[in-house]
Design a protein around this ligand. Structure first.
Ligand SMILES: Nc1ncnc2c1ncn2[C@@H]1O[C@H](COP(=O)(O)OP(=O)(O)O)[C@@H](O)[C@H]1O
Ligand SMILES: [Mg+2]
Length: 294
């Protein structure tokens, strides 16, 4: 499976250019869309799920054209919007049953088994008879995840899916996704949290201000940061100076000051030691050194 995005742009009616000439190829497996708030992630996702018509450009999904073949593409999709909300009188299980019906699960018995399976997977089985409206925020989010995935979609688009989940739920959700990514499906996951990307995403795009700044594997992004990450032991005074000049990633207090990790070129500190970059370092380094599209 493959999504091909060509010269895609999105300008809103107020003149805001949310996406500028995006070109991306997304293959099977998990693809991470990483970028700060306002980068254009949700706009791109709304286009992918045929809810927003792009101002320019084209998208092909497995030889279907996003604009000409909406119907076919919609049948392949599972979508969790960033602001997943609902108002319903349905109980939790009924809500999921309804979503399953919409996704084409017509046989009652099969559907009911699926509903139970997904209630279990997202930890809502014990709350199946509760009015969906009365679930907590995190539970509603989990119901959102279940409604997106219950129809076995070939293309899964989840927009900041871990928002509002506690750490345990995040891990559970991550596991659900990595299991799914073993099948022949495409998962597009957006986030502004680097930690959401690190496990399981074989490719990612860095989006900033409507531009794709990087696309490739997490390892490739990390490799670009090699030689630019440093650890310095600094006194309070030195620390203030470092903060002025470089992007500080972490600060740990020690006996004689601070142990500081920072990214930058040519660090001017006598005791700076180069350390191995991780994805968090790479993201900060990349964002700090964008010259074009700030
Ligand atoms: N319906 C809209 N009308 C006008 N501007 C919008 C609309 N939706 C989003 N934007 C703007 O487009 C930019 C990208 O937004 P969005 O796609 O939501 O980014 P992200 O999901 O990365 O935070 C932001 O500046 C946002 O304010
Ligand atoms: Mg968004």
């Amino acid at each position: 499976m493959k999504i091909e995005i060509n010269n895609l742009s999105q300008v809103y009616s107020n003149g805001k250019k949310a996406l500028s000439d995006i070109n991306l190829e997304i293959g099977s497996g998990m693809f991470g869309l990483l970028g700060p708030n306002g980068a254009g992630k949700s706009s791109l996702m709304r286009i992918l799920v045929t809810m927003l018509l792009p101002s320019a450009g084209s998208v092909k999904i497995d030889n279907f054209d996003l604009i000409k073949n909406r119907k076919e593409i919609r049948q392949m999709l599972g979508y969790l919007p960033q602001d997943f909300r609902f108002f319903t009188k349905l109980k939790t299980w009924e809500f999921l049953d309804y979503a399953a019906g919409l996704s084409g699960l017509n046989q009652k018995k099969v559907r009911s088994a699926k509903v139970d399976e997904w209630l279990e997977k997202v930890g809502l089985f014990d709350f199946r008879d509760r009015d969906a409206n009365n679930l907590s925020g995190g539970m509603k989010r989990r119901l959102g995840i279940a409604q997106a995935l219950i129809g076995d979609p070939k293309i899964i688009v989840v927009d900041e899916p871990t928002t509002g989940l506690d750490p345990e739920e995040r891990i559970r959700f991550r596991n659900i996704l990595s299991e799914l990514s073993q099948k022949d499906v495409i998962i597009v996951l957006s986030t502004h949290i680097v930690g959401d990307i690190s496990s399981g995403c074989n490719n990612l795009a860095l989006l900033n201000n409507g531009f794709v700044e990087f696309t490739g594997s997490p390892e490739e992004l990390i490799a670009k940061t090699k030689g630019h990450v440093w650890q310095v032991t600094a006194s309070g005074y030195e620390y203030d100076m470092l903060k002025e000049k470089y992007a500080v990633i972490s600060t740990i207090p020690t006996e004689d000051g601070w142990e500081v990790q920072l990214v930058g070129d040519n660090i001017e500190a006598s005791n700076a030691i180069e350390i191995e970059p991780n994805l968090e370092h790479a993201y900060v380094y990349y964002m700090e050194h964008l010259t074009n599209h700030k």
